[in-house]
Design a binder for this molecule. Structure first.
Ligand code: ZN
Ligand code: ZN
Length: 377
């Protein structure tokens, strides 16, 4: 269980309620696990919350539902701004029953997450609620709050990043050449667990030589040879928060001039884009910084993914840094990756990724491993 407590989540539901008032939504139904956790601190797997825009009776403003297995856990984790209910059956039905006591019947609007609720669930919800309630799509409302981290969240992400760095250093010291990609990935994940991670934050990528040309390469039961590039993309889940980092190494001095040239190109694109991360520019502008350099070197078509993404309770969350990102400026509290890559199909790939928090003073880089091309054995 995580150390998340009511103190950590204090104020989040109130901020969301203010947002709902602005949207003219009376109650927001939140059912995805990670969003329930963010708002309530509840780490169990079966929880649901109703965020109420205007307190309507003498009870705590918001509602939280779980089942009997989580009675003690939810009492310990979910703060008093939530009226906690242990539901005997389906949580959604219990939530709808609670809604029947809400305010007066005229024009009630229930926000729901149209990005996660299926068409089938939507139909059932509409049927349970009846004609009095209008269902209002509110996808992204919680995610928007989650994109701006508080100091406690950044502490946890920093902790996850430190732990992941230490695990990789241990793996590199033990040696990677002549082992299989799979074996290295397993050891890396095991070391993260031993250092206190709950899990890897995503399945580790360990990709040598031409396999590194696949941005999402799965580790194979194939030996890592000498004198190749080796890309490792890994992260830890620690106290509920993720880290994400990539390094590309050389497994010998005798890598090709082409490999060195691509490495230096990606490194300079990564460093320039990373230096530009601060409150103000949009994710699209930051993507442009790295992409222009890579395009000028003639490799635009070999950089097929976005520059980066937000990291928090989930390893991929807002804000996006890509050509498709919006024009909204990045803000203090965003934690994002900067990870350009160049992939030459059938030949090699290089990706370098750092995790960076945007602060009042500028930025704090959370990844600590060096980026000079390093030979590992
Ligand atoms: Zn990554
Ligand atoms: Zn990433």
């Amino acid at each position: 269980m995580s150390s998340a407590t009511g103190a950590d989540v204090a104020g989040r539901a109130a901020r969301l309620a203010a947002d709902m008032r602005e949207r003219g939504v009376d109650v927001l139904l939140v059912a995805t696990h990670v969003n329930v956790r963010y708002l309530t601190g509840f780490t169990g797997t079966n929880g649901l919350t109703l965020i109420v825009a205007e307190k309507f009776d003498s009870r705590p403003p918001h509602r939280f539902f779980t089942d009997f297995r989580y009675a003690a856990q939810s009492a310990a984790q979910v703060p008093d701004e939530f009226d906690r209910k242990i539901a005997a059956g389906d949580l959604l039905e219990a939530a709808v029953r609670a809604l029947s006591s809400f305010g007066n019947a005229a024009g009630r609007r229930l926000g729901f997450d149209d990005a996660s609720v299926t068409v089938k669930q939507h139909a059932r919800l509409a049927e349970l609620l009846g004609a009095e309630w209008e269902l209002v799509p509110c996808a992204g409302a919680v995610e928007q709050l989650r994109a701006v981290k508080d100091a406690g969240e950044i502490d946890r992400i920093r902790g996850a990043a430190e732990l992941a760095d230490e695990a990789l250093q241990g793996v590199l010291e033990a040696g990677v050449v002549h082992r299989t990609e799979r074996d290295v990935a397993i050891e890396l994940e095991l070391r993260m667990r031993r250092l206190g991670a709950e899990a890897p934050s995503f399945p580790s990528i360990v990709a040598a030589g031409a396999h590194g040309a696949l941005p999402h390469a799965e580790p194979r039961a194939r030996e890592i040879h000498r004198d190749a590039l080796l890309t490792i993309d890994w992260g830890a889940l620690h106290e509920g928060y993720c880290s994400d980092c990539t390094r590309t190494y050389a497994t010998g001095e005798r890598i090709s001039a082409r490999a060195r040239e691509i490495y230096e190109l990606v490194r300079s694109a990564q460093e320039q884009a990373l230096a530009a991360v601060k409150a103000g520019p949009s994710g699209r502008e930051l993507d442009r910084v790295a992409r222009e350099l890579i395009e000028q070197a003639g490799h635009g078509e070999h950089f097929g993914h976005g520059l980066g993404h937000g990291v928090g309770l989930e390893v991929h969350e807002g804000p996006r840094l890509s050509r498709l990102a919006g024009e909204e400026p990045l803000q203090v509290g965003n934690v994002v990756t900067v990870e350009p890559g160049v992939y030459l199909p059938g030949r090699l790939g290089v990706r370098i990724e750092d995790l960076v928090a945007i602060t009042e003073d500028g930025q704090e880089i959370l990844s600590r491993l060096g980026k000079e091309l390093t030979v590992v054995s």
